[in-house]
Design a protein around this ligand. Structure first.
Ligand SMILES: NC(=O)c1ccc[n+]([C@@H]2O[C@H](COP(=O)([O-])OP(=O)(O)OC[C@H]3O[C@@H](n4cnc5c(N)ncnc54)[C@H](OP(=O)(O)O)[C@@H]3O)[C@@H](O)[C@H]2O)c1
Length: 292
């Protein structure tokens, strides 16, 4: 029997690499996409079953459940990988509520809703299998330590960490493992999407706001661009490989860092005295230079 896994956000970055990685290792992968342009490409990979799903759309979720349940029958679902995620970047003063809600919907509400929907298929897997089903939530270093201008992303990823920790206890009652996966900076399109959102926020501001934030955002954009070129940056393939090794384990650990930087943030940066953290961010983001 093939193990089945549902991966959200399979069209880009970590989710795309995970789709290839799991499929290449014999998993039957239900890979979600939103735009039809990605369907054929996903369908061309052996063991991959494309599933149309906007993770914020309850109808898509219901249809996906019906399709997957019909396909896997009594085998059930071995794993769910809640990977789909978005970011937004704006100075808090000009952060639009709709953006805040959008990020929370995709990054927090979706893993909650999707996992709850698929519980019956995870439980079905557990019947007759001594290696139990598992849910992996992809958080971020940004769920452990905040940074300027990404309040929605920070808020959502801190929420994912809390959500996942609580799920650990509740799903254990159903014999389902819950796993928190924490990538560090990873070379995916998400990085450019963050700076792109920052530039769009800046353009939408009144002149007074642009005057206040232009230099900071120019610096932020160049910092992001140069960090995207860092040779030590994890590749999505490397992160996907780690995810597959975690999901392969009969009893996966709860918390898993997927990059040295994620581990550094967790074990070192979050333990720095507050003043040292502020000084570090002031310096990195050139914040103090703009203080009135
Ligand atoms: N890259 C990093 O440095 C980094 C660091 C830490 C954590 N992470 C986390 O890793 C996960 C994957 O990020 P990534 O870097 O691979 O990003 P990415 O390249 O931007 O890919 C994001 C994926 O999520 C999908 N998605 C977005 N909104 C969706 C929605 N409403 N419904 C369904 N799918 C949706 C996208 O689909 P479309 O193609 O349709 O847009 C895409 O497939 C995210 O949870 C992210 O927060 C990334």
């Amino acid at each position: 029997m093939n193990k089945s896994i549902l991966i959200t956000g399979s069209t880009s970055g970590i989710g795309r690499a995970a789709t290839t990685e799991f499929a290449a290792h014999g998993y039957r992968v239900f890979a979600t996409y939103r735009s039809d342009v990605h369907r054929a490409e996903l369908a061309s990979i052996d063991n991959v079953h494309p599933i149309h799903m906007d993770v914020t759309d309850a109808g898509d979720l219901e249809r996906a459940y019906a399709t997957i349940a019909a396909e896997i029958g009594e085998d059930g679902l071995y794993a769910v990988l809640n990977n789909a995620g978005i970011t937004h970047s704006a100075p808090f003063e000009f952060l639009e509520e709709r953006r805040m809600r959008e990020v929370m919907e995709v990054n927090v509400m979706a893993p909650y809703r999707l996992t709850q929907t698929f519980i019956p298929l995870l439980v079905a897997h557990n019947k007759g299998n001594h290696v139990k089903a598992r849910v992996v939530n992809v958080a971020s270093w940004a769920g452990l330590m905040a940074a300027p201008f990404i309040a929605p992303y920070n808020a959502s990823k801190f929420a994912v960490v809390g959500l996942t920790e609580s799920m650990f206890y509740d799903l254990r009652l159903l014999d389902i493992h819950t796993v928190l996966a924490i990538p560090g900076l990873t070379k995916t399109p998400l990085l450019a999407k963050t700076t792109g959102a920052g530039a769009a926020s800046l353009n939408a501001m009144p002149a007074e706001g642009r005057a206040r934030y232009q230099n900071l955002f120019d610096h932020y954009a160049s910092m992001s661009a140069s960090s995207a070129d860092l040779p030590m940056l994890a590749t999505p393939e490397k992160v996907a490989h780690k995810l597959r090794r975690i999901v392969d384990k009969p009893k996966p650990r709860f918390k898993n860092h997927l990059g040295v930087d994620a581990s550094l943030v967790d074990h070192v940066m979050t333990r720095l005295p507050w003043a040292a953290r502020v000084a570090m961010n002031n310096r990195m983001y050139k914040l103090s230079s703009t203080r009135a």
